[in-house]
Structure formats: structure tokens, C-alpha cells
Write a protein that binds this ligand. Structure first.
Ligand SMILES: Cc1cc2nc3c(=O)[nH]c(=O)nc-3n(C[C@H](O)[C@H](O)[C@H](O)COP(=O)(O)O)c2cc1C
Length: 374
């Protein structure tokens, strides 16, 4: 048996959390020792030589913050507006697939934790739990669409998301082919067949593509199925919900997507899992903000692990950030309680850093908080 088949385990702690869980890296350390080795490789690895994966956190560490002294904090708070949506804090959970690898209740437990913390959750197409069942736990869910070859399948996925109260739709565009994740390949990991992608279970599927021996599985196979501009125009017309594109790294794409009618973008390199040597997300952000103008909603994910990272992202043009892997670490370590606690830690760090940087509200966080960017 592959080590990856040992799944559906209980979290390490169920009722109380140990006193030394005080930061997201503590959750990472506990999760690494608790999860089966192959599952750990699946969630922690990046593509190829993992330059982008490392860059995501190194780039945050290279930015320094100023301590500011005299601001008035009597009305301070972390609430923020994202288009027409109001957030308690500039914080969301990024879409992360296959959560029953980590916890018996998978996405349902994550949703309970996120609901307790008041943090919206973006739910993956590839969840092990149906969107309807996740949304029953949390009234701030967004649906993330992985484009499907048949328009009818996409239409039904959107329709169900709307019926079950999705607050927005995110279509992920940066992963038409899976990056070559060498660590996963070496571990021999595959998602066990008894864990099914619940949203797709009863939907129409395209038949196998008739490829000749001259055809490339990548070019004539996967790339032929990815959405083009016409498909995205079609998608825009299918929903009145706010529509976000995820996986934007180039300012020209940002401009085009804005012109196609998207309501917002997620600046992301997929947590270093698609194209290796892509710049860190935080390094992509300023050019994308310049491309779309000051008022267009922008989210960022990739390597956000500290309240200070959130400040840096907001300072360089994001309206809010999304948290990827740490939700899995927290789920493995403490289930719903762990997710709620992990988000609470981030919220406290954010408030602490806002206090020290002299920023009573998210709107007060500008490039001037970063040393050398005044
Ligand atoms: C195990 C795993 C599964 C993921 N599944 C999805 C997914 O289903 N859809 C998607 O758009 N992004 C997915 N992502 C990417 C995340 O949404 C996010 O972009 C990335 O994890 C952010 O980086 P971080 O993990 O450093 O916070 C996944 C990432 C991981 C690590």
C-alpha cells in the first residue's frame, strides 16, 4: 500500500490545542510530523525546482516595515470593502482541493472553522464535499470553477453555486496543465480512488479526446480544453455574481480580463505549483495594480503566513489576501478548531502590525509603510 492510502485520519488534537501553537509555522511543523509522508508531499510541494515556492515567502521577508508612532487608534478596525462585498478583515481562504486527504470531514470542517473566525472561504471545484454541503456550514462561501470541457457542465456548476448562496465566482486560469511536481511524482502519490470530487460526480462529462499518435497530450489535449476569450465572455454572461479570475501574473492579462467584464482578479502563482521561476506573488502585484487602476478589486495569494505579510500585500496594492496551505496544516492539526485558531492568530498579528505601523484601518495601509517605498 502506498503511504498516501492511509488517509481520513483524525486530527492530532480535538478539544484543546497545545500552548506552543502560536504561529502558522507551528501548524506547519505539527502537520508535517502528523500527516502520512506522501500526503505531506502532495500539499507542501511546488513545481520542478520550487524556485517560485521559495520566492513567495522570501520576497515577503525582503520587504521591511516602518514603525510609526502617533496615529489615532480610537476608531481602528480591520473591516474592508471588496467591490460590493464587505469583509471583517482583508482575509479569505484560497480554494484548496481534496481536503478529505487531511481530515474525515474535509471541507466541511474547514468551513466550520472559517465561519467561526468570520473569514470567507473559496471552495474548490475539486472538493471532496459538495458546494451545497460546505455552504450549509458557512454563509460566506465563494465557488471556484475549474473550467470543464462542456459548457453545460460549467453552467450547472454555476447554477448550483448560485442556488446555494455563493457570494462570488472565481475561475482559475493558470493551471490548464498540471505543473510537473517532481516531489509528488517521486513519492508515487495519487489521490485514492475512494475520495471522489463531489461537485462533478453527477454532471455530464466529455468523452475521450480522439488524439492521433502525432498529437501532443498537452497541446491538442489539455490546452484544447482550456477556456479562451470567447468562453470567458460566455461565462461572464452566465452569472450576475461578482466574477474573479485567479492566477493572473502579467499586467497585459490583467487589462484584458478587466475589459472582458471581470469584477476582480487574484494575483497568484498557484502557490508555486504551476510554472516554476514565476516571480513571487508580492513582486507581481505592483505592476498589476498599475495596469488595472486604483479601484479595481485585487486579491493576492502565495506565501502569506504572517500579519506583516498581509500589511505588505495591502501596501503594494491588494485589497485582501487569500491563505492556501496553512488551512490544510490547521485542519490536520486541530480540525475546525485548528482552522479557527489559525485564522485568529493571523487576525491578531494583523491588528498588532497595523498598530505598530500606524495604520488604524486597511485604507490607511499604503506604500509608505514599506521602507524605501515612500
Ligand atoms: C494542495 C493544494 C490544492 C490546491 N487546490 C486548488 C484548487 O482546487 N483550485 C485553485 O484555484 N487553486 C488551488 N490551489 C492553489 C491555492 O488556491 C493557492 O493559490 C495557493 O495555495 C496559495 O499559496 P500558499 O499555499 O502559499 O498560501 C491548491 C494549492 C494546494 C497547496
Amino acid at each position: 500500500m502506498l503511504r498516501s492510502e492511509k488517509t481520513m485520519q483524525e486530527p492530532l488534537f480535538t478539544h484543546t490545542l497545545p500552548h506552543d501553537l502560536v504561529s502558522l509555522s507551528d501548524y506547519e511543523r505539527y502537520a508535517a510530523s502528523h500527516l502520512p509522508a506522501a500526503v505531506w508531499e502532495y500539499i507542501s510541494s511546488g513545481v520542478a525546482d520550487e524556485h517560485t515556492l521559495r520566492n513567495n515567502s522570501d520576497a515577503f521577508a525582503r520587504l521591511s516595515l516602518y514603525n510609526r508612532l502617533l496615529a489615532d487608534f480610537s476608531q481602528a478596525q480591520t473591516r474592508t470593502q471588496l467591490g460590493g462585498l464587505s469583509l471583517n478583515s482583508p482575509l479569505l481562504l484560497a480554494p484548496v482541493a481534496h481536503q478529505q486527504l487531511i481530515h474525515p470531514q474535509g471541507e466541511r470542517a474547514t468551513a466550520q472553522g472559517a465561519a467561526a473566525a468570520g473569514v470567507p472561504m473559496i471552495c474548490s471545484t475539486l472538493s471532496h464535499t459538495r458546494f451545497a454541503d460546505i455552504a450549509a456550514e458557512h454563509d460566506q462561501c465563494w465557488f471556484q470553477l475549474y473550467w470543464q470541457p462542456l459548457h453545460e457542465t460549467n453552467r450547472l456548476l454555476l447554477q448550483r453555486a448560485e442556488e446555494h448562496g455563493s457570494k462570488a465566482i472565481v475561475v482559475t486560469l493558470d493551471a490548464p496543465v498540471q505543473g510537473l511536481r517532481n516531489r509528488i511524482q517521486r513519492s508515487g502519490f495519487a489521490v485514492p480512488s475512494h475520495l471522489r470530487e463531489a461537485n462533478l460526480r453527477d454532471l455530464p462529462v466529455a468523452g475521450p479526446k480522439p488524439l492521433t499518435s502525432q498529437d501532443s497530450v498537452i497541446f491538442q489535449g489539455y490546452m484544447a480544453d482550456r477556456p479562451g476569450a470567447e468562453d470567458l465572455i460566455w461565462l461572464r454572461a452566465q452569472t450576475r455574481l461578482p466574477l474573479y479570475a485567479k492566477g493572473v501574473s502579467h499586467p497585459d492579462d490583467a487589462r484584458i480580463l478587466k475589459d472582458l467584464g471581470f469584477d476582480g482578479l487574484i494575483v497568484s502563482n498557484h502557490g508555486g505549483r504551476t510554472l516554476d521561476t514565476l516571480p513571487a506573488s508580492i513582486d507581481l502585484l505592483p505592476d498589476i495594480r498599475s495596469a488595472v487602476g486604483p479601484n479595481f478589486p485585487l486579491l493576492l495569494d502565495g506565501g502569506v503566513r504572517r500579519g506583516s505579510d498581509i500589511i505588505k500585500a495591502l501596501a503594494l496594492g491588494a485589497n485582501a489576501v487569500c491563505i492556501g496551505r496553512p488551512q490544510l496544516w490547521a485542519l490536520a492539526v486541530g480540525g475546525a478548531l485548528g482552522v479557527a485558531h489559525m485564522l485568529k492568530l493571523l487576525q491578531q498579528e494583523l491588528e498588532m502590525n497595523m498598530a505598530l505601523c500606524g495604520c488604524p484601518t486597511p485604507d490607511d495601509i499604503g506604500p509608505g509603510v514599506i521602507a524605501g517605498r515612500v
